[in-house]
Write a protein that binds this ligand. Structure first.
Ligand code: NAP
Ligand code: ZN
Length: 350
């Protein structure tokens, strides 16, 4: 099916309208008209070819919400007209230990999980195309139910990546009552990290390089806000954190944060800068048995858990709605940390 999309022909070309070919829905497929798609920093890294192995043309977008327009004969959980979400994954092997335990994002099959965009389709060698498009066909197993009201739909889109990418590590490292949790970088991921850690009952400290975000971070649910470039303010939190979630998209000094961890504390990195961070101080880690860890998105079951938690607690992303033609200026603003706090494309503008 020829489908309207918005993508990049090369790492140096601006995103522009294009047509892509979507498969006809199979028996276990759900066909979705895309209503809104969030703009993740990963979209920018990909469209600009900042990560190795990016395939072009590239149609980014993995924070997708839309309405079901058709279902295959074997689909049982969705019906035409349902509001649904699709995140960063559209397939995985389904039978490795990680898939069997519901951690499809750590699929141990030969190709790992299939990315919603920039994924290499088995057999055909074709690229996958993401949510900056009018419609998408996804296997039922990777489609999420949306229980928020229709009016909240645009603000729900970013939960499909920014929400689950912060929820999964917060849950894994037990953010909750009695825990002091830091969130570094108040962008798309970070602002969701603050909201979710607060809703889970943790004492939340937001770290930002942007003085203009201090009041916002409090409004998002941070108990304290620290300008991470102020050494004195940082020193006041030495050895006090159970857990720090670092969402920064750029190369930076990790030591200023590991020194803030308690004994046995962990800092988990979710940001993926195009160049490596300088090596962290080993002394900082061994004197304190501190850990630096990583985490990628979250499994399908925990994505549904997060969406349901957010629906129950009235949580959505703070967004700025844009048209497809605004995407290049949105990318520029994202590079200046000037997003409050997620751009979401209204796909009616495609
Ligand atoms: P974003 O909206 O651009 O937010 C990143 C934030 O990092 C900025 O708003 C800024 O916050 C801070 N920052 C930027 N440059 C900095 C610098 N030089 N030093 C210190 N802080 C800086 O990006 P995002 O969409 O949240 O994505 C963040 C990263 O996570 C990206 O690399 C993305 O590819 C990655 N990601 C990973 C996963 C995963 O599964 N692991 C999933 C999605 C995205 P302040 O203004 O508050 O300092
Ligand atoms: Zn993302």
């Amino acid at each position: 099916m020829l489908t309207k999309a918005f993508g990049a022909q090369s790492p140096t070309s601006a995103l522009a309208p294009m047509m892509i070919d979507r498969r006809e829905p199979g028996p276990d497929d759900v066909a979705i008209d895309i209503l809104y798609c969030g703009v993740c920093h990963s979209d920018l890294h990909t469209a600009r070819g900042e990560w190795p192995g990016v395939k072009f043309p590239s149609v980014p977008g993995h924070e997708i919400v839309g309405r079901v327009t058709a279902v295959g004969g074997e689909v049982s959980r969705f019906a035409v007209g349902d509001l649904v979400g699709v995140g960063c994954m559209i397939d995985s092997c389904g039978h490795c230990p990680s898939c069997e335990e519901g951690h499809e994002q750590y699929c141990e099959g030969p190709h790992g999980f299939l990315q919603t965009y920039n994924g290499w389709l088995d057999g055909s060698g074709d690229n996958t195309y993401g949510g900056y498009s009018a419609a998408i066909i996804v296997a039922e197993r990777f489609v999420l139910k949306i229980r928020h009201g229709e009016a909240d739909l645009a603000g729900v889109a970013p939960l499909l990546c920014a929400g689950i990418t912060t929820w999964s590590p917060l849950r894994h490292w037990n953010a909750g009552p009695g825990k002091k949790v830091g969130v570094v970088g108040i962008g798309g991921l970070g602002h969701m990290g603050v909201k979710l850690a607060h809703a889970l009952g943790a004492h939340v400290v937001a770290f930002t390089t942007s003085p203009s975000k201090v009041q916002d971070a409090r409004d998002l649910g941070a108990d304290e806000v620290v300008i991470s470039r102020d050494p004195q303010a940082m020193a006041g939190h030495a050895r006090s954190f159970d857990f720090i979630l670092n969402t920064v998209a750029a190369t930076h000094d990790l030591d200023v944060f590991t020194t803030l961890l308690k004994r046995d504390g962990t800092m988990t990195l979710v940001g993926v800068p195009s160049e490596p961070h300088p090596s962290p101080s080993i002394l900082n880690l061994i004197f304190g048995r501190r850990a630096i860890a990583g985490s990628v998105i979250g499994g399908i079951a925990e994505t549904q858990e997060m969406l349901d938690f957010c629906a129950e607690h009235g949580i959505t992303s703070d967004i700025e709605i844009i048209a497809t033609r605004d995407i290049e200026s949105a990318f520029s603003r994202m590079l200046k940390s000037d997003v409050k706090y997620r751009f979401v494309i209204d796909m009616a503008t495609l």
